[in-house]
Design a binder for this molecule. Structure first.
Ligand code: G3I
Length: 379
């Protein structure tokens, strides 16, 4: 396998002009052995902490069965989020019957290793259990919602750094003036489901930072601009009504080689959230490389790392951003390989979206992420 130095010597530079800057920056790192300079003081979490930030990643139940995963996790990250274990369906598989096994395992592991935990999520239109549609009605929806949040939030009271209380409530294409998604919770309760969820979450766990989490609000496209406007309008309405809300989660699912650019819109979003008194977390960072047609992994890694660098340089300009989590730790476990679009575009190819490859070797994205922490202003 090419070491990073060998690959760069070959001058294999792909993607945009930024690759040249990235390559020069990487050549400046005199480390021929990728593994020697990533632990301890050179870890992501230490570089993040130097500037008042947390570095984290999503963790699945299967990951916690993998010793190599746990070794890299504890060495590199100080914040974790359950990829699926705390979602409504996995946690309440039957009405009033709760399954906390996987969520408890993650919280216990994090406590043992002094790692903070994000909760994800109370309210979403996905991963609702099979019983939901036939059981939850306009008459009982508020009770189902509040009992779920009180039960789950109460169980982890004092142990959660922040909760994604509501996830992805905006869908401009649903055509509402307020941009709200016509999700099951919206159809059953109406727009007030949001305020009910946040007030209940505050009651369940007064110490958790209550977060609104959204995707598709990162780049300079028209669709992202429209979604940012609707998202900020929602946050302003919630704050104006006295709804307890502490943070904005920017999911940060990015695609390489799609022309996506980051700058003014992202900075304005972060600044507007900060002006409302909100913290900002980058909650689910990964870079989809399906559109990088070159099959050479070193080329794909270079392009992915440049997107990490470009995006994080814009996002981390603000001191309001105090946590960066990747949606997974290793390319060996990423939701992106299960996407229908991936199977259509790149059948048989494994995605390379994360800071560690399938063998737990740091990828150029690792170094790009660490460099971005070092370039960011101290909080
Ligand atoms: O656990 C079942 C298993 O028993 C069953 O055999 C299998 C086949 O049906 O499904 C398994 O559940 C899957 C689950 O992931 C665990 O692997 C679900 O079908 C699958 O839909 C679920 O996908 C998750 C997706 O959210 C939907 O909840 C992804 O892992 C997860 O990475 C993804 O994460 C979301 C964030 O929560 C919100 N932001 C977007 C992000 C990506 O979609």
């Amino acid at each position: 396998m090419l070491t990073r130095r060998d690959y760069l010597k070959q001058g294999v530079l792909a993607g945009c002009g930024l690759a040249v800057m990235g390559a020069q920056a990487l050549l400046a790192d005199p480390n021929p052995n990728l593994d020697a300079r990533i632990g301890g003081r050179d870890s992501l979490k230490v570089h993040a902490h130097k500037y008042g930030r947390l570095a984290g990643c999503a963790v699945s139940a299967a990951n916690l069965q993998d010793e190599a995963f746990k070794k890299v996790l504890t060495a590199q990250f100080s914040l974790v989020v359950a990829e699926n274990a705390m979602k409504f369906g996995p946690v309440q598989p039957k009405p009033g019957v709760f399954n906390f096994e996987d969520a408890d395992a993650l919280v216990a592991f994090a406590e043992r290793h002094n790692i903070k935990v994000r909760g994800h999520n109370f309210v979403w239109h996905e991963m609702l259990p099979a019983w939901f549609a036939g059981t939850v009605t306009k008459e009982n929806a508020k009770r189902v919602l509040t009992e779920h949040i009180l039960t789950v939030g109460g169980r982890y009271k004092g142990k959660i750094q922040s909760w994604d209380v509501v996830n992805e409530a905006i869908k401009v294409d649903d055509g509402r003036p307020d941009g709200l998604r016509k999700s099951p919770w919206f159809e059953l309760i109406g727009p007030e489901y949001l305020e009910i969820a946040y007030r209940t979450a505050r009651q369940a766990d007064p110490r958790a930072k209550l977060t609104y989490n959204e995707y598709g609000i990162e780049d300079e496209s028209d669709s992202a601009e429209k979604k940012r406007a609707a998202t900020l309008a929602l946050l302003k309405r919630l704050k104006a009504s006295g709804t307890p809300l502490d943070a904005l989660g920017i999911q940060s699912h990015i695609s390489a080689n799609t022309g996506a650019a980051f700058g003014k819109g992202l900075r304005e979003l972060v600044n507007a959230a900060q002006a409302m008194g909100l913290e900002v977390y980058l909650t689910e960072l990964d870079v989809n490389d399906d559109a990088v047609l070159d099959a050479d992994e070193a080329v794909r890694d270079r392009v992915v790392a440049e997107v990490y660098r470009d995006f994080l340089n814009s996002a981390l300009e603000s001191k309001a951003v105090n946590a960066v989590l990747t949606w997974g730790l290793t390319d060996g476990h990423t939701w992106l390989n299960g996407m229908k679009s991936h199977k259509e575009k790149q059948p048989g190819r494994q995605q390379r979206p994360l800071p560690f490859d399938a063998d737990y070797k740091p990828t150029p994205a690792f170094f790009a992420m660490r460099d971005a922490f070092d370039r960011s202003p101290s909080r």
